[in-house]
Design a protein around this ligand. Sequence first.
Ligand SMILES: *Cc1c(COP(=O)(O)O)cnc(C)c1O
Length: 470
Amino acid sequence: MSGDATRAQNNDSHVHGTDLGGVGAFWGDESTAVRDALTWAVARMARSSDPRSTARPENELAQATGATVVPAGIGSADAMRIFTEVLEPATRAQGHELNLAYIPAAPNRSSVAFDAVTGSANIFGGIWEAGAGGIHAENEVLAWLARLLEWPDTAAGCFVSGGTIGNLSALVAARKRALRRRGARPEGGWTLVYTSGAHSSIATAAEVLDVATAEVPVDDRGHMTGAALREVLERTPSAFAVVTSAGTTNTGVIDDLADVADACAEHDVWMHVDGAYGGAGLLAPSVREQFRGIERADSFIVDPHKWLFAPYDCCALMYRDVGDARDAHAQHASYLSHINREQPNPADLALHLSRRVRGLPLWFGLATHGTDRYRDAIEKTLLTAREVAAGIDRIEHLELLLAPELSVVMFDRPGWDEADYARWCDRLAHDGTMLCVPTLWNGRAVLRVVFVNPDTSASAVLKILDETTR
Ligand SMILES: *Cc1c(COP(=O)(O)O)cnc(C)c1O
């Protein structure tokens, strides 16, 4: 370690009053801006979150901030003040333990802090030659995921911004394989197969790919079954991929993956498993059996920013065999001709080129705490979901609709309609009591809570539910 680096570690001058002379001389002395920004970041990480919804209308925000992007700048002190007083308070802190809406977030502090480290290193993570050290650490995380999937150790992948781009990237590779194996595009074009439980990003992917879609009817609990899939595949020779869910977003149910894998193999179609939310359940022995069949999938995604305790924006995209992904995604141009394609370049595996090494915050969290602790955290949230479901079942004026397979609990308040649910949710959100949003299930308005935070207390949630829905 150089003498300078040692000094920086031995006192906290890297936050307070760093001499940035010589670094980016053109920009002059930025030490105040650097210090204020980093001091704020450290303080923010030490503060707990708030579940309230505090978004404000655009014109109100514009008035409160005034113009900030102006020829002469407003200076870092004013910019920090505006961020602290106006901008950040108008955002929802996703990680509160009583945020149970949509799919919330619950990053641990280590991973949040390392996001700042990742940002400060500004590593180009697109190609190995530029980002080898960072990509190596990301790949160790992906190899761990491959072992959880029980995939061969030739499996590989990369981190992308979210499930939407992960799903799309996997399906682009799937189509490439279908074209390679069948030699030509079917007369009427390709067809993507999925259920009504698939995430909205799948329909978006089909639009972007400009392919037809075929829906597999679900069983009474919302699963894709092998029998229903077979029926669709038999009459859809243009099918190139099946998207199956390992944890649907709305209800958290896992398709019958083993039967789906059989049907996909029989028809030579690519099996993509969307585990953006539920894939984290692979760590948990209590639910692992439900994922049986996933070991035969061709591609898989999981969003660590959902249920793997990492900050935004982070999706792990995995391929059993990266050949078709490379064929589909590697960009070629005269200025890219020197890239060594033998190396594991994340840019070759998804719809991106420049990228930050966004898997590093997850890597640091895993390295800090160990995978056992992550397993325990997942089991804790599963237990919370089961306790809340059992508690709802005992509350006279509430009705449990679906016992949780993972950590989504669906229930209703008989006698209430959609407007009652909306009012109730709004009131709790504005009080900061608890955050949840109603949804539709089998065509009717219902309530839904999702658990991803090991600090959420089942008894606190049940108390709120009981007292506020009488
Ligand atoms: C959230 C989610 C997505 C989309 O992921 P983003 O990271 O929001 O783009 C896709 N599939 C499922 C099952 C999800 O829950």
